[in-house]
Design a protein around this ligand. Structure first.
Ligand SMILES: [Zn+2]
Ligand SMILES: [Zn+2]
Length: 258
């Protein structure tokens, strides 16, 4: 049924590559439709092979954490690719802009499928009963949602919850009035700002649970760390972090930002 609906939708909104926006051959798509044309797919696979400066593993296998996330006592941080600031030419930058701007269900679905193996590995490593696991996300501000029409981290978390069978938990909310853009702040100010920006959702049941917090991009890790700290304080047994991309400053053995 879904596939039929998709075909109908394709007639009105022909699928375009999430990397370069060229039209995709919509008859050629199988059960796991790609969101990329051949060129962008090859570029994406290549970016997935970048290695971590700390552990030497390909980015997709590296569990190293930016300092802020480590200090929040997260168990691991898994990601798909490194984000290279200011290089619009990179396929991951383009797909992340696409996700942020339009949060295409198909793009979120594709990225969630790519994150699924890492999620499964973390669930296994945690030793937690899958019934005690929850997927959560770093929520966007109301202003950002109004501007872009969607919350991309929520889209990703929803798709990941559906794929993995792990329930989605809307554990974190944005505090009203605390939505200064993180981008313009120094790392220390980011941490302070992030702490004020998030709060535990009323009635969120996280005590004793193992949480997997999803975001699209982790830069200094301040937002992720603030959310993780909230969850830990609310009694979460463990907090794991995952993102589509980690800023490439996190790839180097010594953080460039102090
Ligand atoms: Zn393309
Ligand atoms: Zn690493």
């Amino acid at each position: 049924m879904r596939r039929v609906l998709r075909r109908v939708a394709d007639l009105f909104f022909p699928p375009v590559c999430a990397g370069c926006r060229t039209l995709l051959d919509w008859y050629g798509r199988g059960e796991h439709p790609t969101v990329f044309c051949e060129t962008c797919a090859a570029e994406w696979e290549n970016e997935r092979l970048e290695t971590c400066g700390c552990c030497g593993l390909p980015v997709g296998a590296c569990a190293c954490m930016p300092e802020a996330i480590e200090r929040a006592k997260c168990a691991a941080f898994r990601k798909l690719v490194y984000y290279h600031q200011g290089t619009k030419g990179k396929v991951q930058n383009r797909v992340l802009f696409e996700l942020k701007d339009r949060c295409m269900a198909q793009t979120a679905q594709f990225l969630a499928e790519q994150l699924l193996p890492a999620l499964r590995e973390m669930v296994e490593a945690s030793g937690a009963d899958p019934g005690d696991c929850r997927i959560s996300y770093v929520p966007r501000s109301r202003r950002a949602i109004a501007e872009h029409g969607a919350d991309q981290a929520k889209c990703l978390a929803t798709a990941l919850a559906e794929l993995s069978g792990i329930p989605l938990c809307h554990a974190i909310v944005r505090q009203r009035g605390a939505n200064r853009a993180q981008k313009s702040l120094s790392p220390a100010a980011r941490l302070q700002n992030a702490k004020r920006a998030f709060a535990l959702a009323k009635g969120a049941l996280v005590k004793g649970k193992t949480l997997f917090v999803v975001d699209d991009i982790v830069t200094t890790g301040a937002s992720m760390a603030a959310c993780a700290a909230l969850l830990r304080r609310a009694g979460a047994a463990r907090v794991y972090c995952m993102a589509v991309a980690s800023d490439d400053v996190n790839r180097d053995p010594l953080p460039k930002r102090v």
